[in-house]
Design a protein around this ligand. Structure first.
Ligand SMILES: Cc1cc2nc3c(=O)[nH]c(=O)nc-3n(C[C@H](O)[C@H](O)[C@H](O)COP(=O)(O)OP(=O)(O)OC[C@H]3O[C@@H](n4cnc5c(N)ncnc54)[C@H](O)[C@@H]3O)c2cc1C
Ligand code: SF4
Length: 410
């Protein structure tokens, strides 16, 4: 191994007030994990990670550590922070196949989990370990949500998700692939069939549009659709990517790996929403980034942008006469996603926000009794660790609800 995990762990000061842990959205007990690891107890270190975050193995690969644990490590103030993501990945990976799923007494209570992304996987694992009889409904062929159909292989090898599938099956969870709830089977059918509680973790899969001319042209695509299966797209030699978040970087880097020679990302402002490491990698891959431009029309030949300027208060104005065609054989729009309404439109009593996100309280209870939700379908497009963190609380609330307790409301 070129990167020495043990030496890196030895750099940790085992701080009494660990700022790294505070910076982690799921408060991973970093010093305790490192301490157990250095004491030769990798299984305890692995347990600490998995019990706190069932998706630790995934998060170690794709979290934005530079703004989270590593960005908050005290050593980072004067030199390089402890690169905990590498340590976490080493431990989680070594420990994963040892997670004990034997001897879990079953309680016979059926729970339906809709959506097999980070939120659904977390709920399914946590409730199955409490003995519930879980069925995981997934509209696509394979489980994983964005982990499988969004984040590219070069950032998150799909073999990790296959290992989760193995764990899920070992926990006795039934998976129903190719089953979109709200089409043939509705929420009411699930209650009819004996599910005592339902969890919705369906994410955000409806691409946001720009509302400009040209979005329906044959050489224009949406980021999340492209990333679902890049092999089926023929983008040609050059691609314009509109938007500058992590999805845009994933699109750009994927397009380069699929043979596009010239890939340009266009951002509305100087600020790039994607994490700085993703931007650096994109640049190293050969992606060009142009800032302070807004698209005004997409044509068969490329995109017409106008330059924008901001005053000291951040107010934006378009620079008159600066319209320019940036030629490209294809255009990909990467300006985030919103939720689909398949479930909401076929279920009574589920309130949504003006953006179509499910309304829940802090325990993930929706406005209909027995239905809970978490992840992007509640929070909007966010991150894996936030989906897991929220789902952890919701799993506890569902357990209490199912045990017939009435104390989950504020
Ligand atoms: C391109 C891209 C890159 C990203 N990169 C990162 C990153 O590097 N790090 C990070 O932390 N976050 C990243 N994110 C965000 C992160 O992936 C999401 O916040 C996270 O996946 C949300 O989890 P979720 O379970 O709520 O939803 P999802 O992952 O979207 O999973 C929802 C699942 O529900 C299924 N589903 C939807 N409707 C139905 C239905 N009616 N019936 C049955 N199943 C249904 C979907 O097929 C999907 O499998 C990225 C997002 C994108 C789009
Ligand atoms: S802040 Fe850095 S040095 Fe301190 S416990 Fe966390 S990882 Fe170790």
């Amino acid at each position: 191994m070129s990167f020495n995990i043990i030496q890196e762990a030895q750099r940790c000061l085992n701080c009494k007030n660990p700022t790294c842990q505070k910076g982690c959205p799921i408060h991973t007990p970093i010093p305790d994990v490192i301490h157990a690891f250095l004491n030769g107890d990798i299984d305890r270190a692995g347990d600490l990670l998995f019990e706190n975050n069932p998706l630790s193995m995934i998060c170690s690969l794709i979290c934005n550590q530079e703004n989270q644990c590593e960005g908050h490590c005290i050593l980072g103030k004067k030199s390089s922070p402890v690169l905990f993501s590498n340590i976490e990945n080493y431990i989680s990976d070594a420990h994963f196949d040892k997670i004990d799923v034997s001897n879990i007494p079953k309680n016979g209570t059926k729970v339906a989990v809709i959506g097999s992304g980070p939120a659904g996987i977390t709920i399914a694992i946590l409730l199955a370990r409490k003995g519930y009889d879980i069925t995981l409904f997934e509209s696509r062929e394979k489980i994983g949500g964005v982990l499988r159909y969004g984040i590219p292989e070069f950032r998150l090898p799909k073999s990790n998700i296959e290992r989760y599938k193995k764990l899920i099956l070992a926990l006795g969870i039934k998976i129903r692939p190719n089953t979109s709830i709200g089409i043939t089977i509705t929420i009411d059918d699930l209650f009819r069939d004996g599910y005592k509680a339902i969890f919705i973790g369906t994410g955000v899969w409806k691409p946001n549009t720009l509302h400009i001319k040209g979005e329906s042209l044959g050489n224009v695509h949406f980021a999340i659709n492209y990333l679902t299966n890049p092999d089926v797209y023929d983008l040609g030699e050059s691609v314009n990517v509109i938007g500058a978040g992590n999805s845009a970087m994933d699109v750009a880097r994927t397009a380069i790996r699929h043979g596009c020679r010239k890939v340009t990302v266009f951002a509305r402002s100087e600020h790039i929403a994607a994490s700085s490491s993703e931007v650096e990698y994109a640049k190293i891959d050969g992606v060009k980034i142009i800032t302070n431009v807004e698209p005004i029309e997409i044509t068969d030949e490329g995109v017409i942008f106008v330059r924008v300027e901001r005053d000291s208060e951040g107010n934006k104005t378009r620079v008159e006469g600066s319209e320019q065609l940036y030629p490209a054989s294809s255009t990909i729009i990467a300006v985030s996603q919103g939720p689909r309404n398949r479930i909401v439109s076929t279920t009574t009593g589920l309130d949504v926000t003006e953006h179509g996100l499910l309304v829940t309280n802090t325990f993930g209870e929706t406005t209909r009794d027995g239905i809970f939700a978490a992840g992007d379908v509640v929070l909007g497009a966010r991150t894996v660790v936030e989906a897991v963190n929220y789902s952890k609380q919701v799993a506890e609330a569902m357990d209490k609800y199912l045990l017939g307790l009435n104390d989950i409301n504020d």
